[in-house]
Design a protein around this ligand. Structure first.
Ligand code: GLU
Length: 491
């Protein structure tokens, strides 16, 4: 373990978030984006956004747009960028040229078969299967290749013997013996740079002081340091984050509920919840505090408190936290958040005219019952559109048709006279009717609920009736009574 292990970043840090735009922003990437942002804001530094889009086949503008949308949704603003590696070829070409001139890289002509034979031989000798090209072609040989039109790749001549040391903020000192680092490719045969070359050149050129990224990049770090040193630069400091697993300790994937920030948004989580949960993936402030505003995170965040062991992403915890955040909102804020979600998911559009008004009316009544915004349909979907009978709910009143006709009919008869139509008067009148019939409350009220909502779960029965409005409520009563009457006649 390194001597300076577990230290904080105190001076203004210039950090970067460098996603490859080849898909959605997954949870691990979002955490990297957040932690870098927190370092920049906490130290009064700066935050550079860099698109690592050198892989022309896999990078897409849609993916870049999605990543930007996700960052904006989370409230992670950047100070510079997005810079795109695809627009910086000249910078990489110049760097490759310098590396060629200094002899730090060499042209390699090995075919794929030869490389495989090299790996195989190393495995037989129980050495690490690292690739080294022939570094000592004569000028005549090179001229001959050129005459044949063979274009080489350019490999970095890893200095042998030797070692590269990383003094990582989380893992302490990590040593890489050079015999285990292959002569990695820095330029493809068409002259285009590889990821390790571009990332190293950019981190140097952009004056990045701290690189925070996933532990899966640890083996790239010595290669990038070697490139930077060969270019005469001083490498940044490194923070390699532990990986993220699901509650079953397996690497996080879609199977664990949500793999991307977009999935989390679709699933009805608000940005506050997502940001807060991402922050707790490997970082903690103390043993108790679980809810932080973005400002509190900025103030309290410290890389010295990042754990070394894998972080666990548990969607159940997000559910709870989201419910708490929703309940903490004012009714107005909640309504605004809910409507934004219902618009974003296309729900309002799908339900047609009047849907927004229904959502506005029902919002205060469902706020305390929700954990995710996606539960809206379960709680309030019945209010939209004509009565739809859930077969299981219908079965509860079908059991005893005669009794159901009696109590539902009585409820309906009474409510026809209810005026004004509000929760209090509805409650008063139904309670009075219940008293007259001498029924148990459940046996009287539950059938009313099924008759007007078509479900056994909804907002409270009195609220439900009030929300529907008198006309709608009585219309639904008549539909249900009609069905029961048919059943009765058939019996
Ligand atoms: N583009 C890399 C990735 O998405 C990140 C590289 C880095 O942070 O250095 O995995």
């Amino acid at each position: 373990m390194g001597k300076k292990h577990r230290r904080s970043i105190k001076t203004p840090a210039r950090v970067r978030f460098a996603p490859s735009p080849t898909g959605n922003l997954h949870v691990g990437g979002a955490r990297t984006a957040l932690f870098n942002w927190l370092i920049a804001r906490n130290t009064g530094g700066s935050y550079v956004l860099r698109m690592e889009d050198t892989d022309r086949e896999r990078s897409t503008p849609e993916s870049e747009a999605q990543i930007l949308r996700a960052l904006e949704w989370l409230g992670l603003d950047w100070d510079e960028g997005p810079l795109r590696q695809s627009e910086r070829s000249e910078i990489y070409e110049a760097a490759i040229q310098r590396l060629r001139e200094s002899g730090a890289v060499y042209p390699a002509y090995e075919t794929e078969d030869e490389l495989e034979a090299m790996r195989e031989a190393a495995r037989k000798d129980k050495r690490a299967p690292v690739v080294r090209g022939r570094r000592d072609y004569s000028q005549d040989e090179l001229d001959a290749f050129a005459a044949e039109g063979r274009e080489p790749v350019w490999r970095f001549a890893v200095p042998l013997p030797g070692e590269t040391l990383i003094d990582d903020y989380i893992r302490g000192e990590v040593r890489f013996g050079h015999d285990s680092i292959e002569d990695f490719v820095v330029a493809r045969s068409d002259g285009s740079p590889t990821y390790n070359l571009a990332a190293a050149v950019d981190d140097l050129e952009m004056g990045i002081t701290h690189v925070l990224r996933g532990e899966d990049h640890l083996s790239n770090t010595p290669k990038q340091i070697l490139v930077m040193q060969a270019l005469g630069g001083t490498p940044p400091e490194y923070v390699h984050m532990p990986l993220i697993a699901g509650p079953d300790k397996k690497r996080l994937s879609k199977r664990h509920g949500a793999a991307s920030t977009e999935d989390l948004r679709d699933a009805g989580f608000i940005p506050k919840t997502v940001l807060n949960s991402l922050a707790l993936l490997g970082w903690s402030y103390d043993d108790k505090t679980t809810m932080f505003t973005p400002d509190e995170l900025i103030e309290k965040f410290d890389v010295a408190r990042i754990s070394k062991s894998p972080a666990v992403f548990d969607i159940q915890k997000l559910n709870k936290m989201n419910g708490r955040y929703l309940r903490l909102m004012s009714d107005d804020k909640f309504l605004e958040t809910l409507l934004e979600y219902l618009r974003f998911t296309g729900y309002l559009e799908q339900k047609g005219e009047g849907a927004e008004q229904i959502a506005r009316t029902v919002a205060p009544a469902i706020k305390r019952k929700m954990s995710t915004l996606a539960e809206y349909d379960e709680l309030a979907g019945w209010l939209h559109g004509p009565l739809e009978m859930d077969p299981e709910a219908w079965a509860t009143i079908e059991q005893d048709v005669k009794h159901s006709i009696q109590v539902i009919g009585a409820g309906m008869g009474r409510l026809e006279r209810t005026d004004p139509w509000d929760v209090e008067h509805i409650r008063e009148d139904l309670s009075d009717e219940l008293h007259i019939l001498g029924e148990a409350a459940r046996d009287f009220l539950e059938p009313q609920r099924v008759a007007i909502t078509g479900r056994t779960i909804s907002t409270g029965i009195y609220e439900s009736l009030a929300l529907l409005g008198k006309e709608q409520a009585l219309k639904r009563y008549r539909v249900s009574m009609g069905r029961l009457a048919e059943l009765w006649a058939d019996a």
